[in-house]
Design a protein around this ligand. Structure first.
Ligand code: ZN
Length: 122
């Protein structure tokens, strides 16, 4: 399965590059090296929903001492991700915006780990 690059309009993007694409790790066209990703608005909504779901599932799993809620959350995550890859259009990105998104992602991961680390110390 191939996807059309929004920069050069050739089918330079593979299914897996679209699947793994994000604002911080865009898909790269094999013809023009242009960067693109699934729409930022779609990704943001998806991220907010899925991180909330995973946080709740993790909390519930911890309280109930079972992995089932987390497994459920992961299944929902994979299903939604697949739907987004199939139906969401690719938008062109610049190197500059990718750099900014990597920076925000890094901060997010550090905060996430710090909260988890200090939260588990009690
Ligand atoms: Zn291209």
């Amino acid at each position: 399965m191939k996807y059309i690059c929004p920069h050069c309009n050739k089918d330079g993007l593979s299914f897996f590059s679209k699947l793994s694409s994000g604002l911080a790790n865009p898909a790269k066209c094999k013809y023009c090296d242009g960067l693109s990703s699934i729409s930022g608005a779609v990704l943001s909504l998806f991220s907010v929903f899925i991180y909330t779901l995973i946080l709740f599932a993790a909390g519930y799993a911890f309280v109930k001492q079972t992995w089932l809620p987390l497994i459920g959350a992961i299944i929902v995550y994979i299903t939604l991700q697949a739907l987004i890859v199939l139906y969401s259009p690719l938008v062109p990105l610049t190197k500059e915006s990718v750099k900014n998104h990597r920076y925000f992602l890094l901060i997010f991961i550090i905060v996430f780990i710090a909260v988890g680390y200090f939260g588990s110390k009690k």
